[in-house]
Design a protein around this ligand. Structure first.
Ligand code: NTF
Length: 836
């Protein structure tokens, strides 16, 4: 008798022999894959071989959905969202695909029955870390929600051979290792070399007359790179939809280096091949000076051009005229990284498809919308004009023309306001000339949005104020969200089970239903179960922490967690200063009654960002002293968990009691980690910044630990001439002196000097100004945690009221307000249907 893997109501597909969803078929195919795909027998098989054998079993069972989806979209010519992003921080696929197929628990049993450790196999997957942090992870959540909502969509990006570096901590310092995620192959992708396109670079332009005697411009590049698409299926949760993530790999074109070959320069030709492949070699860490990096601009153009050419190919297959490009596609620019798309679509329409300028411009603007993700001025992309001209000569001409026409429009509205015109120009001409990518993105888009209410307001008042004054109706807000499939169902199975046993499982696709947990906050039995789940997650994490750091932590202590990229504006140093303050209190009075806490940090610093790396060193150094000091009696622990990534995140968020969201008000565009914590029942200590404000509004001020200056207060303090030294008294002064003295650096008073002096003399992110308020809020946290029962109540309410922060809600808003893209339900085809 065959054992079905999945409840009958989920079994929508016509079963075939090869991909039957029965335990027997699964186990059979698992060993077949080991034999026929990996070429191994069990004695020689590694854990990774087993992982891959399992991955292929699962992939086989996704293909019917994938093919049926593609067939439906092709046949119906469906309106399609194209999400353009230089980063997709997907995280491991296997667990998520099992959840979305609805066979996770059954497969776990089937694998366990074979005598294998299911969790161990999941951990074998090298995650595709093709992103830096929030922006790349948001893209991943978005394409998952798009699939779950059955919206036709394509994610377009770069298949970096090396993703975000692997972080190791050596002697307390961050060291970077290359991320060789493709080392053992990638079972989730299918290369599509038949859809490769050529991308031009460099060279010059020349006018010519075509066969109809029309004036045209020809771009004669000095380099061609082949862009080869690698497709990954993106499953919706319990739907038949499987959309596509299409990532481009750079290769040498087959034909271009013939001239070199003919001259007999074999090695020269090979070198050209190597240099072409460089284009998709490595992800650039953010917070890095990118301005002069030619390779970075080449990467951006490479994937944008390949994607737009791919969209023209799709139009052609579906027999849609190019004049209807904007009816077929809604393209979203994930920050300015893909903003060159505005000029590239113009070029493809004008130069290659002979569409007149005005019409091409109309199509372009109707196609694109732009999301801004940062208010930090140093992060706004500007490219030096000479570099731009050298790499993209035709695009620069097009940008000049867009600019001339645009500035005419500004002149009509704001006659004589030459300062405004200089501010708004696509070209910064205040000194050395630069192309302003954010301005290009604004001018070429019909909709512009920020990622949280405060951020969108600040865009209008500040960074993009001139554009807002010109086109107020184009501006809007789309508060970020995260997918509850990965960030609850997959990463917190215990909580999922508890929640579903009380309110059913519809919350997984309609997160607002978590509200139904609210009354249970008053149920003592439920509160106990809730605390039991939290404790179990903390025990799991304690085991991870021990394995990765050698530090033993107490699951009954308060887990106080800050995981995110290391950056001064995110203020990990505010957190560690407070840890030192607590330590100092304990040392001064060993019998002081304090709530035992474990401070958990994680996050990567950009390799060239010295102060951020020094902050890591300070955290690990404080940990070295505190964790060993017998006077502390284990009441304080400090853990820096190396290599924070999606995989580690999945184990951290469920284990957190307290979520640190302590950025300087007005600096964090949204934050998304804050949402993952809250969903999983952590309380937040945070500032009035980004989405914190909205989280507090949802969960209630009484369930949130607020501190710090507000954005207007930050502005006023800076305007009045902020002097951090004025705040250097009391406990803060003692803390700073302790660090300065070399207490945490074996007497080396120089080590932390750049960090401490920077704070005392400049403190651009107002760490000192907020310290007192932070410290007081932390005292409230400590007191609140003493009353576990009340804490449980607050924790439940955080989760129950986090429904707004599902990326399903965010994506619905994008679809309704910007993309106008309706759902297209998929009927599964049988093998018979797709036979020619
Ligand atoms: C990030 N921006 C912001 O810093 C986060 O606040 C936000 O949650 C995410 O985007 C997603 O919107 C970036 O990573 C970048 F690249 F823009 F700096």
């Amino acid at each position: 008798m065959a054992t079905p893997l999945v409840a009958v109501e989920h079994r929508t597909e016509p079963q075939d022999e090869r991909t039957a969803l029965t335990k027997e078929a699964f186990q059979r195919d698992f060993f077949n894959n080991l034999f026929y795909i990996l070429g191994k027998f069990p004695t020689l098989a590694t854990k990774n071989d087993y992982y891959q054998a399992l991955a292929f079993v699962v992939r086989d069972r996704m293909l019917q959905r994938w093919i049926s989806t593609a067939a439906a979209y092709t046949k119906q010519g469906s309106r399609t969202v194209a999400y353009f992003s230089a980063e997709f921080l997907m995280g491991p696929h296997l667990g998520n695909n099992l959840v979305n197929l609805g066979i996770h628990d059954e497969v776990r049993k089937a694998v366990t029955e074979l005598g294998l450790d299911f969790n161990e196999l999941l951990l074998e997957e090298d995650e595709p870390g093709l992103g830096n942090g929030g922006l790349g992870r948001l893209a991943a959540c978005f394409i998952e929600s798009l699939a779950t909502l059955q919206i036709p969509s394509l994610g377009y990006g770069i298949r970096y051979e090396f993703g975000i570096f692997h972080q190791e901590i050596v002697d307390g310092w961050q060291t970077e290792r290359t991320d060789k995620w493709l080392r053992f192959g990638n079972p989730w992708e299918i290369p599509r070399p038949e859809w490769a396109v050529h991308v031009k670079l460099g060279g010059y332009t020349e006018p010519y007359r075509d066969e109809f005697y029309r004036h045209r411009v020809r771009w004669v590049p000095d380099r061609l790179v082949a862009a080869v698409p690698y497709d990954t299926p993106i499953l919706g949760y319990h739907t038949n939809t499987a959309n596509t993530l299409r990532l481009w790999k750079a290769e040498a074109p087959e034909s271009f280096d013939f001239a070199v070959f003919n001259r007999g320069d074999y090695y020269g030709a090979v070198m050209q091949k190597v240099s072409s492949e460089n284009l998709s070699k490595v992800l650039y860490p953010n917070d890095e000076q990118l301005q002069g990096k030619e390779l970075r601009l080449s990467q951006q153009y490479f994937f944008v051009s390949a994607s737009l050419q791919d969209m023209f190919r799709i139009l052609k297959i579906q027999k849609i005229p190019v004049e209807r490009f904007h009816e077929k596609f809604a393209a979203q620019l994930n920050d300015t990284h893909p903003a060159i798309a505005v000029a590239e679509l113009m070029r493809l329409l004008i130069d290659e498809n002979v569409v007149p300028w005005e019409q091409a411009w109309d199509i372009t603007r109707r196609t694109f919308a732009y999301t801004n993700h940062t208010l930090l001025p140093e992060a706004l992309e500007c490219w030096p004009l000479p570099l731009f001209a050298k790499l993209l000569p035709r695009h620069l001409e097009i940008i000049f023309e867009i600019n001339a026409r645009f500035l005419d429009e500004v002149r009509i509205r704001f006659y004589g306001d030459e300062e405004r015109i200089a501010r708004m120009s696509l070209i910064d001409e205040r000194g050395e000339r630069y192309v302003r990518m954010a301005h290009l993105a604004c001018v070429g888009s019909h909709a512009i949005n920020g990622v949280a209410e405060l951020h969108s307001e600040l865009l209008k008042q500040d960074v993009l104020r001139d554009f807002y004054e010109l086109w107020p109706t184009r501006f809007g807000n789309k508060t970020n969200g995260v997918t509850p499939r990965r960030w609850m169902a997959l990463s917190n199975p215990r909580l999922t089970k508890l929640v579903s046993s009380h309110i059913g499982d519809e919350w997984i696709t309609d997160l607002s239903q978590l509200r139904r947990l609210e009354p249970l906050a008053e149920d003592a039995g439920f509160r106990q179960q809730w605390l039991d789940v939290k404790r179990a997650c903390k025990c799991d994490f304690a085991a991870v922490a021990l394995k990765k750091t050698g530090i033993t932590i107490d699951p009954d202590s308060l887990f106080d967690v800050q995981v995110k990229r290391i950056h001064e504006y995110k203020r990990q140093h505010l957190n560690i200063l407070h840890v030192v303050a607590l330590y100092h209190r304990l040392r001064s009075n060993p019998n002081v009654d304090i709530t035992p806490r474990t401070f958990i940090f994680g996050g990567k610093a950009a390799p060239g960002y010295h102060i951020a790396k020094l902050i890591i060193k300070l955290i690990t150094s404080v940990g070295d002293v505190v964790n060993r000091d017998p006077a502390v009696r284990d009441r304080l622990k400090v853990v820096f968990l190396p290599n924070f990534n999606v995989k580690n995140g999945q184990r951290i968020y469920p284990a957190a009691d307290l979520s640190e969201q302590v950025s300087t008000a007005g600096k964090e565009a949204s934050g998304t980690g804050n949402m993952k914590f809250s969903m999983n029942g952590a309380l937040t200590i945070g500032t009035m910044d980004g989405a914190n404000i909205e989280i507090r509004e949802e969960v209630g001020a009484e369930n949130f630990f607020l501190f710090g200056l507000t954005t207007p207060e930050v502005g006023a303090l800076k305007a009045s001439g902020y002097n951090p030294a004025n705040y250097l008294d009391g406990e803060l002064k003692e803390v700073v002196e302790l660090i300065r003295s070399g207490f945490f650096s074996r007497g080396d008073a120089e080590l932390f000097r750049p960090l401490i002096d920077g704070l005392v003399h400049h403190d651009p992110y107002l760490v000192f100004a907020d310290f007192d308020s932070y410290s007081k809020a932390q005292q409230q946290v400590s007191a609140a945690y003493q009353d576990r029962d009340h804490w449980a109540r607050m924790s439940i309410l955080n989760s129950a009221r986090s429904g707004k922060f599902s990326s399903d809600r965010t994506i619905r808003e994008y679809c309704d307000d910007i993309w106008k893209a309706p759902a297209v339900p998929i009927r599964l085809l049988t093998q018979e249907d797709v036979k020619v």
